[in-house]
Design a protein. Structure first.
Length: 255
């Protein structure tokens, strides 16, 4: 069921979103060659703890997962697309890292993701990251009253495909509010003019994912969470929580 948020509720979600941005920024600044993914998770957790906020990721246990998620960050490196579990892996020169983080503040949830390189960046990785960000910007620009969810999906997918990248099938964004995942789903490809009409008060997590090889295939690793590219090519992920308002899209997870 889709809940339209009041302006007061959207302001409250902005506070949760601000914490997401702060946690992601702190983790990104802490990332470097030799730093472990567990250390990045601790940095993000300290930001949430310091604000008295909770994590919608920590302990999250959907029916398909073999165990609850054990961290406040998803940390996905190189061929990992999403849902990577932070562990003792230490970042290496040239790694491509995607961090996804959520926050719960006063009962409202924010969700965001960012990708970046560590050490000496490969030009092809920078292009991959830039395309995911460009696709996110295109999706946000389409998130206006009077459009439909399909317009967002089409805007995102068009940027990804024009760059020659794959779009992992079955993954995309979602409604968000009192729970991390609410209706409607927001695919990363679609037909314009189709789907749920966008109305003032809807809040969506828009999250493009791109695969460097152009293939769409993926598989779930043995940990039951990490989603990896089927051919081992690198992936990038970008995400913002966005409120649909009569005045235009409002990014709730910006700094």
């Amino acid at each position: 069921m889709m809940e339209l948020k009041t302006d007061v509720s959207m302001d409250a979600m902005r506070e949760a979103g601000r914490l997401v941005a702060q946690a992601l920024t702190a983790a990104r600044e802490a990332a470097g060659v030799g730093v472990s993914l567990l250390e990045l998770d601790r940095v993000a957790r300290a930001v949430l703890d310091g604000a008295g906020a909770g994590s919608p990721f920590l302990g999250y246990h959907p029916s398909w997962a073999p165990m609850p998620f054990p961290a406040v960050l998803c940390a996905s490196v190189n061929d990992a697309i999403v849902h990577g579990i932070p562990d003792g892996y230490r970042l290496r020169d040239g790694d491509l890292v995607s961090l996804d983080c959520g926050a719960v503040r006063q009962g409202w949830v924010g969700d965001g993701a960012v990708s970046f390189t560590v050490g000496r960046a490969r030009p092809e990785d920078l292009r991959l990251v830039a395309t995911a960000e460009e696709a996110l910007e295109a999706g946000i620009a389409a998130a206006v009253v009077g459009n439909r969810v399909g317009d967002i999906a089409h805007a995102v997918g068009r940027v990804c495909r024009a760059a020659g990248y794959g779009v992992p099938d079955g993954f995309g964004g979602h409604g968000i509010g009192r729970r991390m995942h609410e209706d409607p789903g927001v695919p990363n490809e679609g037909r314009p003019g189709r789907g749920v009409p966008l109305r003032h008060g809807m809040v969506l997590a828009i999250e493009p994912m791109v695969i460097a090889s152009g293939a769409d295939g993926h598989y779930t690793a043995r940990d039951g969470w990490t989603v990896r590219t089927i051919d081992g090519s690198r992936a990038s992920h970008a995400e913002h929580t966005v409120a649909i308002t009569d005045a235009g899209p409002r990014i709730l997870t910006a700094l």
